[in-house]
Unconditional design. Structure first.
Length: 117
């Protein structure tokens, strides 16, 4: 579970940077869902329904960003490896990712043996 939490935190950081700079690289190693793909079946058994739903929504947002759902039309002078971002499209996706981080945090802390308060 801690791997998925770390992965989602990396994605959140990347999405925040995309929103701030209003652009994203087409290939960003921080925008991944590998840990989620590998461990989601086990995680489903551990989470409450509301936390599971938040986590699924977070990864749907990750997939949306990766697929270009928040991309603006490319400017002619922009490098082919960079896409312009529409803030009004990425903001709700970022909100879903942040909700996923919040819902997963208590479980990840518990797995690592850290106090939750």
């Amino acid at each position: 579970m801690s791997l998925v939490c770390l992965e989602l935190l990396q994605v959140r950081t990347a999405a925040r940077q995309y929103r701030e700079t209003r652009q994203r690289p087409l290939l960003d190693p921080h925008l991944t869902s590998e840990a989620w793909q590998e461990h989601r079946a086990a995680i489903a058994l551990e989470l409450s329904l509301s936390d599971w739903t938040a986590l699924v929504s977070a990864y749907e947002a990750v997939n949306g960003i990766r697929s270009g759902a928040c991309d603006a039309t490319l400017a002619r002078d922009a490098p082919a490896a960079i896409r312009a971002i529409r803030v009004e499209l990425i903001t709700p996706m970022l909100r879903e990712i942040e909700r996923g981080c919040v819902s997963l945090a208590p479980y990840a802390l518990d797995v690592m043996g850290l106090p939750t308060e």
